[in-house]
Design a binder for this molecule. Sequence first.
Ligand code: ADP
Length: 196
Amino acid sequence: MRLILLGPPGAGKGTQAARLVEKHGIPQLSTGDMLRSAVANGTDIGRKAKSIMDSGGLVSDDVVNQIVSERIDEPDAAKGFILDGFPRTVAQAEALTAMLADKGISLDAVIELKVVEDELVKRIEKRAAETAAAGGKVRADDNADSFRTRLEEYRNKTAPLSAYYERQGELKTVDGMADMDVVTAEIEKILQGVRV
Ligand code: ADP
């Protein structure tokens, strides 16, 4: 099963992806996690990406396309995967379409978590506060300024992907404002309807 989770920062993609990993035994391919680990490891990509990520901007398409393509080729992704945070621009979506065709595989569903934007700032503030209270490290981009930029990037560059996948007949939407368990159940309902 190969899926894309779409939705703005704070929509709950990470939470739902973790549940899908558990239930379906396929990996979550989060470009955010991959890039954060590149930053933590001080790789070339990490050094280039750090300041862009901290400010809430988007890393270049070429860089993320490359890391996703390599990640999809790893053995644990052979049975399927959940893409979280990729694609994020129409150019990335086009690159993904070409990449999958090249690899001889296809997507089963693109699931968009629809949310009310005003709620997102509250969610992200809560996530930062809870992480700090638990003694964890708050993400460098989980602050008001970077979050505003992340939302703007989403609105300008990522939101158009809904139309892209709608045109391909692959888009399914879920109410991301519902209770987390309800969102999970809705996603499972969609997956039952797609082969897998
Ligand atoms: P969010 O909580 O905003 O969904 P992510 O963990 O997915 O955060 O991504 C964090 C940051 O990593 C983004 O703001 C961006 O700088 C970078 N990033 C992640 N995925 C991509 C991508 N597909 N294209 C460009 N930049 C990306």
